[in-house]
Design a protein around this ligand. Structure first.
Ligand code: GLC
Length: 435
């Protein structure tokens, strides 16, 4: 039996990855849950198979956009809840090869990202609103169908679970090394916050234990997320996945700090959404990345490519904005984590720390006037500079006899910053700590 833990060394170093949600839902372009939300019957939804024609698909360009943004890994929806397979699965006809694309869309993507040194991740939906043996439950697209019970009669969930395993086996044997698997998601009856009698699905419906073991056996070292409903099972997960909110502190499980990665969208939905206007600014995105690393986590940032097979201009704008910042500042992200507790975070700042180089990074979310006071830092810093241009930042330690503040008591080290904010989204001061 393979090791029940994934190799997370790259994961905690790389910190920043690209999520890709791409499937038939790119065509309706109004949310990847559209089949469920609008309760669209198969016959109507399946028309998209006939029209899915990503004629401009260029995975090399996708991988370039991600690499230039500073991303080190990617994770793509091999299949989302709609059931459509991006690859040439032998187990279904509901796949990319049966669209006008007429080919496996996954393989060239994996190759393009891998050839740029990026780690490979697969998001695979446990849920499937297309498969005939997936039993209709409380969140299924057919949940309100009048003949629901009758439609459920011939459905045998165990057959679906076998299909699920079969597809995952294809993915884990035909695409070389896969570094990460993001299963999505479980919603068991009886879980906190679910109503009485909620008709959900969990570990028994997916055969989660078997799936987890097979995953680890076929890809030793693979890192698995936490949505198989195996929280309490050894090897059931490697990292937590808080979604679409910013954890306030290092994520814990039963009181212990754990590995975590938050996944976030640019504008709200995961699949391509034409009309959404709630796009985050580059500044918000950079601050999000910094905030996540300052709490010991990873950021998986999502793009929903269009039905033509491209990242639209809004997504490219966000990625290149992040890349511009990362070009000068990635040293405060890669290999970094939360600062040791002895260093207090100054107002409007976030700290990250690289334990290997013993450097601390102060990120200035609002730019102060001339002085930045770092309480608790006195006598701990050897040298300081702005990270974007390696220009020295002078500092002074508190001195006895100086009146007017309590810096001596607070062991404050005061940085002397230029009056003008450096021309970068979030300025960073790099502190070389004393041994
Ligand atoms: C959710 C949603 C989904 C998205 C995912 C990303 O669980 O169902 O559409 O793929 O989260 O984490």
């Amino acid at each position: 039996m393979a090791d029940l833990q994934g190799d997370t060394s790259w994961f905690t170093h790389d910190r920043f990855g690209l999520f890709i949600h791409w499937g038939l839902y790119a065509l309706p372009a109004r949310h990847e849950w559209i089949k469920q939300r609008e309760e669209i019957p198969d016959a109507q939804y399946d028309r998209y198979l006939k029209y899915f024609d990503p004629d401009l698909y260029d995975p090399e360009a996708w991988a370039d956009a991600a690499a230039n943004a500073g991303m080190k890994y990617f994770c793509v929806t091999t299949k989302h809840h709609e059931g459509f397979a991006l690859w040439d699965s032998k187990l279904t006809e509901y796949k990319a090869t049966n669209t006008p694309a007429r080919r496996d869309l996954l393989k060239p993507m994996v190759e393009a990202f891998r050839s740029r040194g990026m780690k490979v991740g697969f998001y695979h939906s446990l849920i499937d609103w297309h498969h005939p043996h997936f039993r209709i439950d409380a969140i299924h697209s057919m949940r309100n169908h009048l003949d629901k019970d009758k439609l459920n009669e011939p459905r045998d969930q165990a057959q679906y679970a076998a299909y699920l395993r079969g597809q995952v086996r294809e993915l884990l044997t035909e695409y070389g090394k896969v570094d990460m698997l993001f299963y999505d998601f479980s919603y068991p009856a009886g879980a906190k916050g679910r109503p009485e009698g909620f008709d959900g699905k969990g570990r028994d419906d997916w055969n989660s234990i078997q799936l987890m073991k097979m995953t680890r056996e076929l890809q030793p070292g693979i890192v698995i997320n936490d949505r198989l409903d195996l929280d309490d099972v050894e090897g059931g997960w490697d990292y937590r996945t808080p979604e679409q909110f910013m954890p306030r502190e290092w994520v814990t499980y039963q009181g212990e700090r754990v590995l975590w990665e938050t996944c976030q969208t640019f504008s709200g939905s995961w699949g391509y959404h034409r009309d959404e206007t709630s796009w985050k600014s580059v500044e918000q995105l950079v601050q999000m990345l910094v905030g996540v690393v300052s709490r010991g986590g990873n950021l998986l940032l999502n793009v929903g490519p269009t039905g033509r097979g491209v990242f639209d201009d809004r997504a490219l704008h966000c990625l290149s904005g992040m890349g511009e910042w990362m070009k000068w500042h990635s040293r405060s992200i890669y290999g970094c984590t939360a600062a040791p507790e002895e260093f207090q975070t100054p107002e409007d700042c976030r700290l990250t720390y690289n334990p290997e180089t013993n450097r601390l990074y102060v990120h200035l979310f609002t730019y102060p006037f001339r002085h930045l006071h770092l309480d608790g830092f006195a006598n701990k810093v050897e040298y300081a500079q702005l990270l974007n241009d390696a220009s020295e930042v002078r500092f002074h330690q508190p001195r006895a006899g100086h009146t007017g503040d309590s810096s001596l008591e607070r062991e404050t080290l005061t940085l002397e910053l230029p009056v003008q904010k450096p021309n970068v989204t979030v300025p960073v001061v790099e502190l070389f700590l004393k041994e």
